[in-house]
Design a protein around this ligand. Structure first.
Ligand SMILES: [Zn+2]
Length: 192
């Protein structure tokens, strides 16, 4: 699908926090992810307590692209347009992809240092998500990987229809029935 994208070996920040190893299966359909040619998204959400210097995982998962597409197309047309507009107005996709392509260090952690929307440093965020796009045991470098802070997620959620928020809530509830601290809607997989 994206033959010209640069890729790097799957970096440690995108390993499962639970297992300390790469995600092996799609959250929704359980297909194996680590074979060449299998594209999937990884999303991990954290809450931090800066005074304690601690970071708690809220949720994490990997979702194959067909399953991601199914979630995305379940959102209302209006919400999808708003999501796309929100990001395209705030992110220089091309510049970001170009810099990633030419980043000699090719260290995806450098792309997780600040919120991609607000520019707030990760260490100053109370809540954030990281999102990455992978193929087999490689991570693709384009406008993702990226980090999205809580303020941007809240702004985005405020733009969405009740129907879409219900869809997102339903998705999360299906897979994370009682996620600690997830009392509000956290938009999943909205970025790619
Ligand atoms: Zn799947």
């Amino acid at each position: 699908m994206m033959p010209n994208w640069r890729s790097v070996p799957l970096p440690q920040p995108f390993f499962s926090e639970e297992t300390g190893a790469p995600f092996r299966h799609c959250l929704a359909c359980d297909r194996s992810l680590l074979e060449a040619g299998t594209e999937y998204l990884i999303e991990k959400a954290f809450r931090t307590v800066r005074s304690l210097g601690s970071r708690d995982l809220i949720f994490e998962y990997a979702l194959c692209l067909p399953c991601y597409d199914a979630v995305w197309t379940s959102f209302s047309e209006e919400s999808r347009q708003r999501i796309e507009a929100y990001f395209s107005e705030r992110i220089d996709y091309e510049g970001r992809a170009r810099r990633l392509l030419h980043d000699k260090a090719a260290d995806p952690r450098r792309w997780l240092s600040h919120c991609v929307v607000t520019g707030t440093a990760a260490e100053d965020l109370d809540e954030y998500q990281v999102v990455g796009l992978c193929e087999g045991d490689r991570m693709l470098l384009a406008h993702v990987p990226c980090l999205l802070g809580g303020a941007a997620m809240d702004e985005l959620a405020a733009l969405l229809s009740t129907q879409t928020l219900d869809e997102m809530g339903g998705f999360m509830q299906d897979f994370f029935p009682s996620p600690p601290g997830l009392e509000k809607d956290v938009p999943p997989l909205i970025f790619v």
